[in-house]
Write a protein that binds this ligand. Structure first.
Ligand code: GLC
Length: 753
């Protein structure tokens, strides 16, 4: 009996082992094996055709996997503020799905205006969950191009004029998104600072400005945020398109920064096979299209990294070194995303996501002016509220180009104000003006019918009459997402508000002293009425929860704590790019009609160099309308005298500045303590101050907290183009601490040895 049992057990064991042997997981699919080994194993199994197929799109937003080996496709999706609606396989048009509505989060200008790194993580995590649930592997965001001119159509998608603020706010967003097994694609590397001529321009920027202003946020995204992909821009730099650019992609990104991730082209940003092979591109999208509308059907075999590449290899004109490097990067990406068995499942339109959208909006709204504290609205006195302006009723989650969304819902300003105030006050609406009554953008229908054919003076008089007989007037205007406003593919044509809003605002200031202007926009605008309007609120594009976030601030439920991520110049000529040029491009070339097509590119010289935004205004002493870092509160704060832990530091030291912030008012609130550094004596021209630290402090009435900010010599350095390295010159420096770039409260001198 025993013998029989032993014999049978042996047979069973041998048989099981043999099965196990047959079904041993191949290395490229075996999670227990090191990634490098899996990559090499996958490469060894792939044919030439399969490798080349992975390098480019197979549809509008997807690229091929290896069906034979079970290596999945990559699915990308716009955009930085929410997951874009599904489009047809080969078209920009909507696919008409009914399961792809999502939460629209606030635009990244609003996120930046929170100056709250934790909020940025929450944002990225929530957005990443929605992308994950929609089975997307690469989220085409965040956009982090620096705010150089107030006319740039896409500023609303980015994080402002300062490289340090943008770096600190982009990194947690990237980490939050990628915690879902969804890659970010930080864009647009590196000089897409305007929309005009974006396909047909060559940017000229000196190395110092490049390394001090335009690259730092991308470097942080790579070295701190570990973004798994980077998106190349359209325009040229040193006469090479940025998505196939030796300098930007090989020398800097993959060279100096040792980037191991994937470089994706912008849609339609590639135009040369050899350059795409040699100059660091890994994944080609959108060729044969202008990146926004038109495209050639099924051009995929003709992509620059498709048949043309295969032909060059087969003819022996190029080797396969670059090919294997590109595919290795894509396989590494796959093991983090498509082939990552441990990634969470995501979620859409959860209460958490709605809360994140509402909170980012509440903390991002900037109270620019509040004379006589007429805000928050005092419901003991105010019984009738007039809401005036098209932006109180116009959906803003749609439009603007590739960041346009099909939101599950959008609480409009008027809805939000009504739902918050209706119990205690009578809320009435008047259109005031007609701007853009359209209800469809890139095929996404808002479903609104904003048509109103009444003449402008009738609309104005109706608004003024309502204002006269109301206790409080809220004007909700600003810009919108139509062309030549806050939209991709075109820049604004002027700095002022469109649709004659200035005229209406002026009339309303005469009608009622209890008057607040709310600007729904993603850019600075001229404010000729600024002296006559007691309260001004910068309300951004706040997504699905817009009306709730705005009403929460107007009612005082939320004490505003937002700070401007970019300067509001009084007039356009006060801006460096418009004072020194070049914008929109070289004058002579512009006059000669350059920039109309890629055969006749136009040069854009960033003559202002490092003097962008407050760096320009402070150094030139040009008083802005509202400064970088500016934002009021419903309470008041006091800064204690700052001290440093040393007065002299060596090149290898750190130095810590400590100070207190006290809430000296009667409402709980938050203050953003900002640390700027001034180099009191330098061998090169330097801005009078540069942001090098910030902390957001939440305080109850009367509460005081000690804040410490530590820096090292990198915060003192400038980029020496001749040495091609950062230099911290010994000498005297000053730490300037305050709650706005033009509101320094305390200073500490110190010396670098
Ligand atoms: C667009 C944009 C880019 C977007 C891509 C896909 O042209 O420049 O930001 O992600 O194409 O829509």
């Amino acid at each position: 009996m025993l013998k029989k049992f032993v014999f049978l057990s042996l047979i069973t064991l041998t048989y099981t082992a043999s099965i196990a042997q047959n079904i041993t997981t191949p290395t490229y699919l075996d999670e227990t094996k090191p990634v490098e080994q899996r990559v090499q194993d996958a490469l060894s199994r792939m044919t030439l055709e399969e490798k080349v197929a992975m390098l480019h799109a197979q549809s509008k937003f997807s690229s091929a996997g290896v069906p034979r080996l079970g290596i999945p496709e990559f699915w990308t999706t716009d955009g930085p503020h929410g997951v874009r609606a599904e489009v047809k396989w080969d078209e920009w048009d909507q696919a008409g799905w009914t399961n792809d509505s999502i939460v629209a989060f606030p635009a990244l200008t609003a996120l930046a205006a929170t100056w709250n790194k934790k909020m940025s993580w929450n944002y990225g995590k929530a957005l990443g969950e929605e992308a994950r649930y929609r089975k997307k592997d690469i989220l085409l965001g965040p956009g982090i191009n620096i705010y150089r001119t107030p006319l740039n159509g896409r500023n609303f998608e980015y994080m402002g004029e300062d490289p340090y603020l943008t770096s600190k706010m982009a990194v947690p967003y990237i980490q939050g998104v990628q915690s879902n097994g969804v890659a970010t694609s930080v864009k647009h590397f590196a000089f897409n600072n305007q929309e005009m001529f974006r396909h047909t321009s060559n940017v000229k920027v000196d190395d110092r400005a490049m390394y001090e202003i335009y690259l730092p946020a991308f470097k942080a995204a790579v070295t701190e945020g570990d973004s798994w992909t980077i998106m190349g821009a359209y325009d040229k730099y040193k006469d090479q398109y940025s998505s196939q650019n030796q300098y930007l992609l090989n020398d800097i990104l993959k060279g100096e920064w040792n980037y191991k991730g994937v470089v994706i082209s912008d849609w339609g940003a590639v135009n040369n096979t050899e350059q795409a092979i040699k100059n660091g591109l890994d994944l080609e999208f959108g060729s044969w299209t202008n990146g926004l509308s038109a495209g050639t059907k099924n051009a995929y075999d003709n992509y620059y990294l498709a048949q043309p590449y295969l032909n060059l290899i087969k003819s022996g004109k190029v080797g396969t070194k670059e090919l294997d490097d590109k595919v290795s990067r894509l396989l590494n990406l796959a093991y983090k995303t498509t082939m990552n068995k441990n990634k969470p499942f995501g979620s859409i339109a959860s209460e958490e996501h709605k809360t994140v959208a509402k909170q980012v909006g509440e903390e991002g709204i900037v109270l620019l002016k509040n004379d006589k504290n007429i805000l928050p609205i005092d419901l003991n006195k105010v019984k009738t509220i007039a809401v005036i302006g098209e932006n109180a009723i116009k959906m803003m989650t749609v439009g603007g180009g590739s960041s346009s969304l099909k939101a599950k819902y959008e609480i409009l300003p008027l809805d939000g104000i009504k739902s918050r105030f209706a119990k205690e006050a009578e809320v009435k609406f008047a259109r005031g003006y007609v701007g853009d009554p359209r209800g469809e953008y890139n095929g996404v229908k808002s479903g609104q019918d904003l048509k109103d054919d009444r003449p402008a003076d009738v609309l104005l008089n109706e608004a003024v009459d309502l204002a006269k007989k109301s206790d409080f007037v809220i004007f909700v205007g600003g810009l919108n997402k139509s062309d030549h406003q806050d939209a991709e593919g075109a820049d604004r044509k002027s700095y002022g508000l469109p649709y004659n809003q200035d005229n209406l605002i002026a009339a309303l200031t005469k009608a009622n002293k209890n008057f607040a202007v709310v600007l729904v926009s993603g850019n600075a605008v001229a404010m000729p009425w600024v002296k006559d309007v007691p309260a001004i609120v910068q309300a951004w594009y706040l997504g699905s929860e817009a009306g709730h976030s705005l009403a929460s601030v107007l009612s005082g439920d939320t004490n505003p704590s937002g700070k401007l991520p970019f300067t509001f110049p009084v007039k356009l000529e006060d801006n460096a790019a418009h004072r020194l040029g070049e914008y929109p491009g070289n004058k002579e070339e512009l006059a000669a009609g350059k920039g109309k097509n890629q055969e006749n590119p136009i040069n854009i010289s960033y003559n202002e160099g490092i003097f962008v935004g407050y760096r320009w205004h402070d150094t030139q002493k040009i008083k802005p309308q509202f400064s970088f870092g500016h934002g009021l509160s419903y309470t008041t704060f006091a800064f204690g005298k700052a001290k440093s832990d040393k007065t002299t530091m060596t090149q290898d030291d750190k130095i810590t500045f400590t100070f207190t912030v006290k809430n000296t008012g009667r409402k709980a609130g938050a203050e953003v303590a900002q640390l700027y550094i001034a180099d009191l004596k330098s061998s090169v021209p330097r801005p009078s101050k540069e942001l090098k630290g910030f902390e957001k402090v939440f305080l109850n009435p009367g509460e005081e907290k000690e804040v410490s900010i530590t820096i090292d010599k990198t915060a003192l350095s400038f980029f020496d183009a001749d040495k091609h390295s950062w230099v911290a010159e010994p000498g005297d420096f000053e730490a300037l601490i305050g709650n706005a770039s033009d509101n320094i409260q305390t200073k500490v001198k110190f010396t670098l040895q």
